[in-house]
Ligand binder design. Structure first.
Ligand code: ATP
Length: 573
């Protein structure tokens, strides 16, 4: 099988030996295929298989010498014995890495007293050397094939890598590169042997080739007439036993970096609408509204008290939207350092030095979602800058051209933004742009039954977290917690129960274990929402007055407003 690869050499070889020794020469491979046969004296193809002289050599790996075919067992029974033009045969194994890969046979014709048998030892040595020559030729080809295979495998591997790779030698000349590098920099034609700094004529490339210092993930922006690359560059010297063999340059595009970031980011915590606890129709209505808005890609403003699940709802919206596989950026506007907040949102540049650029979340969230948490706390000058981006969808930067961003904006606030606008503390245009779709999460207090649902569920989840699956809560403890008003909403429920379970050392939590929390100070009955208070007031008025105009007058509101409120509280009998 291997010998077939050197068929031509083998034939030439057989011909030369045949002429020197004046005998026929036959070479067969390990599948008993004839690779060469000189047919000088014997015109017939002699049969070859495992049970012939040649087969014996193939099987044992030993030289077999038959001076007289009549003495060889297998020949004796051969029907062609009389017609056969061969009187004797010498067969020598051909090895490749200690495996017999073929046989090299001399066929001595009848009536020819071959000198081979006269100096037998020397002849065998000579034949074995010939077999070794063939075998070394095979070895060269085998090594070459193996090297070729390794090279092909290496090429496949480096072409599969998403990063662009270039190997340069110690002179800074390109030794190898992959398809991704060609794509990134629109390389046309062969660039092997070319100087790297000529291929990418950029001050940063000149500098790194000159300094040869290793580094990782430095920002690199490269622009040419028709294309540009924006991403990260890493540089690794290839130093083996103290000798410099050049370097490897790795280019990672921003897009690929964001995808990786998105994969490992905590921000992508998988929250779906079904994780939101609560069955109150007022909440369900808001969740349904969020589902509809999630898929239409418009800006959303989420309002509600602190700890009520606004952030959770935003995550669920992102994960429900077509952008779920892309980056989800959160900007906490309550960050008191405005400089840092600005850098976090818009990125920063340093005197045109691209390597010290920092990428803002607006750019990172390209194709994804950006969530401005507590938007009311963003300073006015940043609100103004943000309005421009929302309006133009362009990020202006000095060092690279304005970048068009495709981002979905979501905002949340626990303050009333209309009041802030009136007070001049919130940019009116920004409010106008973000307030088309408002989701107002109803307070927990107004959602009868939801407090119990949340408490029961949080207890079960936190028992698992604290590895206390058999811990129980006495019924009166549960009743106390159900009655408490939880002014900081679900976050307060989580933190409190976390503390109670964390401190519990008995198998049951009793009243004595929750004294420190003073649940009785604020019962749900003590707190009613503004809506509830208003509803109660209107109910009272309806009993007191017969005419709606009188009620509106008494309440100091218009007739239309009264009718709207009657509808809202389902009081219009
Ligand atoms: N309906 C809910 N079901 C389950 N967990 C909830 C629910 N609402 C809130 N939580 C949990 O309560 C905690 C606080 O929620 P979240 O951060 O979303 O509130 P928020 O309204 O954004 O608060 P803030 O205004 O203070 O930022 C989180 O751990 C969240 O998972």
């Amino acid at each position: 099988m291997y010998l077939a690869e050197i068929k031509e050499t083998a034939s030439q070889f057989a011909k030369t030996i045949s002429e020197i020794l004046d005998v026929d020469v036959m070479i067969i491979d390990d599948n008993y295929h004839r690779i060469a046969n000189t047919f000088r004296y014997n015109q017939e193809e002699i049969p070859i298989n495992r049970y012939t002289i040649v087969g014996e050599t193939m099987h044992t790996g030993k030289v077999v010498v038959v001076k007289n075919k009549g003495e060889y067992e297998h020949c004796k029974n051969c029907p062609d014995l009389d017609e056969c033009a061969i009187s004797g045969l010498i067969s020598v194994p051909i090895f490749l890495e200690s495996k017999v890969v073929g046989v090299f046979a001399l066929l001595i014709p009848i009536n020819k007293i071959s000198p081979i048998f006269e100096n037998f030892e020397v002849s065998i040595d000579f034949l074995e050397s010939m077999a070794e020559l063939l075998s070394s030729k095979l070895k060269n080809i085998d090594d070459y094939n193996k090297l070729n295979l390794i090279k092909k495998q290496r090429e496949i591997i480096i072409d599969m890598i998403e990063d662009g790779l270039v190997f340069v030698n110690d002179m800074g000349e390109v030794v190898h590169y992959n398809h991704q590098f060609e794509n990134f920099f629109k390389i046309e034609g062969d660039i092997y042997g070319n100087k790297m700094k000529k291929i990418l004529d950029h001050p940063f490339i000149h500098e790194i080739i000159l300094l040869s210092n290793n580094f990782s993930h430095k920002l690199f922006y490269y622009e040419q007439k028709n294309h540009s690359f924006y991403g990260f560059l890493s540089y690794r010297n290839i130093n083996i036993n103290g000798i410099n063999h050049g370097a490897l340059l790795t280019f990672k595009s921003l897009g690929a970096a964001y995808n990786e970031l998105n994969e490992i980011s905590n921000d992508k915590a998988n929250v779906s609408f079904s994780d939101i606890l609560g069955k109150d129709p007022k909440l369900i209505e808001k969740i349904e509204m969020a589902k509809k808005l999630a898929v239409i890609d418009e800006s959303i403003l989420i309002c509600g008290e602190t700890g009520l699940g606004k952030t959770m709802l935003v995550r669920a919206i992102h994960n429900f939207s077509d952008r779920s596989k892309k980056y989800f950026a959160i900007v906490d506007c309550s960050n008191t350092s405005y400089d840092l907040l600005e850098k976090e949102i818009f990125g920063s540049e340093n005197n045109g030095n691209v390597t010290s650029l920092s990428i803002g979340k607006l750019r990172m969230a390209h194709k994804g979602t950006i969530f401005f948490n507590n938007i009311c706390q963003m300073p006015l000058y940043l609100q103004k800058r943000l309005v421009e981006v929302i309006k133009t969808k362009e990020l202006e930067q000095r060092t690279y051209k304005g970048f068009h961003i495709d981002v979905r904006f979501i905002f949340d606030t626990s303050n009333d933004l209309t009041t802030r606008v009136k007070q001049g503390m919130f940019n009116e245009e920004l409010y106008f742009r973000i307030s088309k779709n408002i989701i107002k999460i109803p307070p927990l207090l107004s959602r009868k039954g939801d407090i119990k649902i949340v408490i029961d569920s949080v207890i079960e989840a936190l028992k698992i977290k604290h590895l206390k699956p058999h811990l129980e809560f006495s019924q009166d403890v549960l009743e106390t917690m159900y009655k408490y008003a939880w002014p900081k909403n679900i976050r307060e429920i989580q933190r409190t129960i976390d503390l109670i379970i964390g401190n519990a050392d008995d198998s049951i939590v009793r009243q004595k274990d929750i004294i420190a929390f003073d649940f009785h100070r604020l019962s749900r009955k003590d707190l009613i929402t503004l809506d509830d208070a208003e509803k109660e007031l209107i109910k009272k008025m309806l009993k007191q007055y017969n005419c709606k105009d009188d009620i509106a007058k008494a309440m100091g509101i218009g007739r239309a407003t009264l009718y709207r409120k009657l509808k809202k509280y389902e009081l219009n009998q």
